[in-house]
Design a protein around this ligand. Structure first.
Ligand SMILES: [Zn+2]
Ligand SMILES: [Zn+2]
Length: 152
């Protein structure tokens, strides 16, 4: 069981984020559509997967999808997984600039799950400070095989 955000987070994520972050809740129809598609997916989706799924809803150009995704990433509702060029719904309402999302990504089945670690947060903050760097966001990506794929 990987990447089942519903299982990890019983509350609706958008509601929860709204409760925590208030005005950070994304507005705009395209953003809502993209958010809804990511919520339905059982793995991170690329911009073109989203475009294919949402073309019937009126999203026709990659630019519309990228613009919606950029806004959702800026809002903290969605994370970009750089190594796969895909996007995943944030699984943790307390995720923010001070917290660092860690994704474990299965290179065989494409599942990804988000996790956090306080000690790693502190370590990454210390490393950034040492470089006199003001961090906007950090995503740590660990690639490999999930338990099911490693066993199979
Ligand atoms: Zn997150
Ligand atoms: Zn796997």
């Amino acid at each position: 069981m990987l990447y089942h955000y519903e299982a990890q987070v019983p509350m609706d994520i958008a509601d929860m984020k709204a409760a925590v972050t208030g005005p950070k809740l994304p507005r705009g129809r395209n953003r809502e559509l993209v958010l809804e598609a990511l919520r339905r997916a059982d793995r991170p989706l690329g911009a073109y997967d989203l475009l294919r799924q949402l073309s019937a809803e009126g999203l026709r150009s990659p630019l519309q999808v990228y613009r919606a995704l950029d806004q959702l990433v800026a809002d903290g509702a969605v994370h970009k997984i750089e190594s796969l060029s895909t996007y995943a719904l944030c699984a943790d309402a307390s995720c923010g600039a001070e917290r660092h999302a860690v994704f474990v990504i299965c290179t065989r089945c494409g599942s990804a799950s988000e996790t956090h670690d306080r000690a790693l947060d502190r370590l990454l903050q210390r490393l950034a400070r040492r470089q006199r760097f003001r961090t906007a966001s950090t995503t740590v990506e660990i690639s490999g095989l999930c338990e099911a794929c490693a066993d199979g």
